[in-house]
Write a protein that binds this ligand. Structure first.
Ligand SMILES: [Zn+2]
Length: 428
């Protein structure tokens, strides 16, 4: 196994130090470390972060390999600085049995680019009617701890209550896609001024907020743990803040696109901006940034949702919902949270590595950059600026809302347990 001596990296944005990586772990940290024959990497000016962990990734395999595979998705993840991703359950077949989650887990091991931790469905077939085999998935080789019907909401309160109760037995968590289905029938975009002007069916904030309010109460009632997926409104922030103030075990995520983009973009009728939950207003965007800064929102998760061109390059109403995000996430977080002075790099590491790993319990990730820890390390050039070029993506799909937009930052290197998966910005 190759050993590496990284010269003058700024750990979490601090003073330059050398980092020696050997035998899969961080072997030494200090100024002016002696060369020992390992490969030297000049990291002057680069920031060193722990390998990022994504709690919300759609890898599409099995079933939609035309959009993404575990291999292409994990290559995209490595290019984005991720060393672990959590694969959502809305595949074909649905990941609602031990067999399917083990298949995804094995595909991740074979890909080798980053660790893949499958998420199990809460209900059979994501149909919201009958609990899936949660215990069998937890006991499987994949050791599933996060359960979600993401893409669909577990809207039946009794089913949601049972799921919350069930996962307590093995320290699991239910990750809810909060969308009251009756309030969003046929909905095409955020309900507000823009939807009124465009004449598109609105998707009201209350459809998200009413489910979050119900779920934090349910989680408190049964003493279980709830995670709120891709929170998108200022009102949702207030509910989570209230629940946390009560001491309830609730965590929440925000996507990079909800930190940057608003529903004004829908005026273009370009379906690349069609996403679930929808892009909201500037007021919501600012509330989400503030909540991520003050810890009300715990983590950033990409909701990377690849789609082939034929599912996006069509009229708005017919287009699929979702955006790719793995390869731009860190840049968008830099632009919206770091360059705006809201948080520093230590907080980025907390919200994109330590905390998501803690929520899921995925072993060996989210650890500090310290001697003896697994060498999951990202080197990042925050001073780089470039226009986003989807042609350069490793993901199989191209549905990025940032095409041609200038964003800061570039992942220069990603190490997974001491092995370089990305060097000089290129997959290895
Ligand atoms: Zn979702």
């Amino acid at each position: 196994m190759t050993s590496y001596l990284i010269r003058n990296a700024r750990i979490l944005g601090g003073e330059p130090q050398d980092i020696r990586i050997a035998d899969g772990v961080i072997a030494e940290i200090g100024a002016g470390l002696a060369a020992d024959g390992g490969q030297e990497i000049q990291a002057d000016g680069l920031i060193a972060l722990p390998g990022l962990v994504d709690l919300h990734t759609h890898l599409r395999e099995p079933g939609r390999e035309d959009a993404e595979t575990v291999l292409t998705g994990t290559r995209a993840a490595a290019k984005g600085g991720f060393t672990a991703v959590h694969a959502m359950a809305n595949t074909f077949p649905v990941a609602d049995t031990a067999g399917v989650v083990e298949q995804v887990w094995r595909l991740g091991r074979e890909s080798g680019y980053c660790d893949v931790q499958p998420i199990g469905a809460v209900t059979v077939g994501l149909e919201g009617k009958q609990l899936a085999e949660l215990g069998a998935m937890a006991d499987s080789a994949a050791q599933v701890r996060v359960f979600s019907d993401d893409g669909k909401c577990v809207d039946d309160a009794v089913i949601m209550r049972r799921a919350l109760e069930y996962v307590k037995a093995f320290g699991g968590v239910v990750a809810q896609h909060a969308q009251e289905p009756r309030l969003t029938e046929g909905a095409q975009m955020n309900e507000g001024v823009v939807s009124g002007e465009l004449g598109l069916r609105g998707w009201p904030a209350v459809a998200e907020e009413s489910i979050i309010a119900r779920d934090v109460l349910l989680a408190a009632h049964v003493g279980s743990r709830l995670h709120v997926c891709h929170l998108s409104t200022a009102g949702s922030v207030e509910i989570v803040r209230w629940a946390k103030g009560k001491g309830w075990d609730v965590t929440a995520e925000v996507t990079p696109h909800h930190l940057l983009l608003t529903d004004e973009l829908v005026r273009s009728y370009d379906a690349v901006y069609k996403v679930n939950p929808p892009l909201r207003t500037q007021e919501d965007v600012l509330a989400l940034r503030e909540a991520l800064a003050d810890g009300t929102i715990d983590i950033v998760a990409t909701d990377h949702a690849p789609h082939p061109a034929e599912d996006k390059d069509c009229e708005w109403a017919a287009a699929a919902m979702g955006m790719v995000g793995l390869e731009t996430a860190l840049s968008v977080v830099q632009a919206t949270m770091v360059d705006t002075g809201l948080i520093g790099w230590a907080e980025v590491a907390e919200r994109m590595s330590a905390k998501p790993a803690a929520i899921s319990g995925v072993p060996g990730h989210g650890r500090p950059l310290a001697v003896g820890e697994p060498a999951n390390v990202v080197l990042y050039d925050a001073g780089h600026r470039a226009e986003v070029d989807p042609a350069a993506f490793a993901t199989r799909s191209r549905n990025t809302p940032y095409r041609g937009m200038e964003l800061p930052g570039r992942v220069v290197a990603t190490f997974l347990r001491g092995e370089a998966k990305v060097l000089d910005g290129e997959l290895q």
